[in-house]
Design a protein. Structure first.
Length: 303
């Protein structure tokens, strides 16, 4: 006859075995995820931070044997856009795409008024970080390098750079990463400053507080961006941004269309090329256009 005192011990052993199996499964899952992340990171390193400008037909070639909906959408895009410039898929693609697109715009337009305008906004961003308790040494080098790049794309001074030099510096990690960090600090400062506004959007993405979100999802390099980041950066710098969405969705009527969203700064009186008048009636066309595919941003060039 089996000793009844042994039954709890048997049950405990079985429980331990089940726990070990669960732990082993978790370990295997974590290992697989880490290995996959490492593979993606290595693949990303094979591509420059900012690629060459390519005809939009290169995007169609990428999906030639893929979804018919995507091919149809690319065809629609080709009616409005001439070219694409790809960015490295390392989690910083939004900020890098914005960086290059903005500096390229200044280089080509030589818009001194826009440079003066954004420099004033950058100074406000610096004051925002200081008021939030950030020590100057934590962000000052990033701000200084962005302003240096901004002066460089204006021609006629000793620091002026060519378009080829802009591409080269955007691919230089010591320059590119610093400018990305500048944008990350600006974005974080804007979110923290307007925490009450951004909190509901953040809660829709994660259970983190505004401070936790900024520390874990905004300021660290490699963290991907979504509408919260884009809204905050656009508002802080006063720069409108158009994001065009390339996905497999179709419209209610069953047809195919390409959706886009214009992120217009909340404080309409201080944005580039804004005509005078009631800001509620102003139609502002962004000069920065980014193509969003799930998890990634590239630069688009209108015709």
């Amino acid at each position: 006859m089996q000793n009844q005192d042994e039954l709890p011990m048997d049950a405990e052993i079985e429980s331990l075995k089940a726990s070990e199996v669960d732990d082993w499964e978790n370990i295997k899952d974590n290992d697989i995820m880490q290995q996959q992340s490492a593979i993606w990171a290595e693949e990303a390193k094979k591509f420059p931070f900012v690629g060459d400008k390519e005809p939009l037909s290169s995007l169609a070639a990428e999906y030639q044997s893929g979804s018919p909906i995507l091919l149809e959408k690319i065809k629609i895009l080709s009616d409005q856009y001439a070219a694409i410039r790809r960015t490295r898929g390392d989690g910083n693609c939004f900020f890098r795409g914005f960086m290059f697109s903005y500096l390229e715009h200044i280089l080509e337009s030589q818009d001194q008024a826009e440079v003066d305008r954004i420099k004033a906004n950058v100074e406000q961003c610096r004051k925002t970080l200081q008021s939030l308790g950030y020590a100057d040494f934590t962000f000052e080098d990033f701000f200084a390098l962005f302003l240096e790049q901004l002066d460089g794309v204006l021609q006629g001074n000793e620091a002026s750079i060519s378009h080829a030099k802009l591409v080269q510096e955007s691919r230089d990690q010591s320059v590119s990463d610093y400018v990305v960090m500048f944008f990350r600090f600006v974005t974080s400062g804007e979110i923290r400053k307007r925490a009450e506004f951004f909190e509901p959007f953040i809660l829709g993405l994660t259970n983190a507080t505004v401070e936790q979100f900024c520390k874990s999802s905004v300021e660290p390099m490699g963290e991907e961006s979504d509408h919260v980041h884009i809204t905050a950066l656009s508002d802080a710098l006063g720069v409108p941004i158009r994001v065009v969405y390339l996905d497999r969705s179709s419209c209610d009527s069953g047809g195919v269309s390409v959706n886009h969203h214009d992120f217009i700064p909340a404080f309409g009186g201080d944005v580039p090329n804004a005509p005078p008048g009631d800001s509620s009636e102003i139609t502002i066309k962004p000069f920065i256009t980014l193509l969003y595919r799930p998890g990634h941003y590239d630069i688009l060039y209108p015709k």
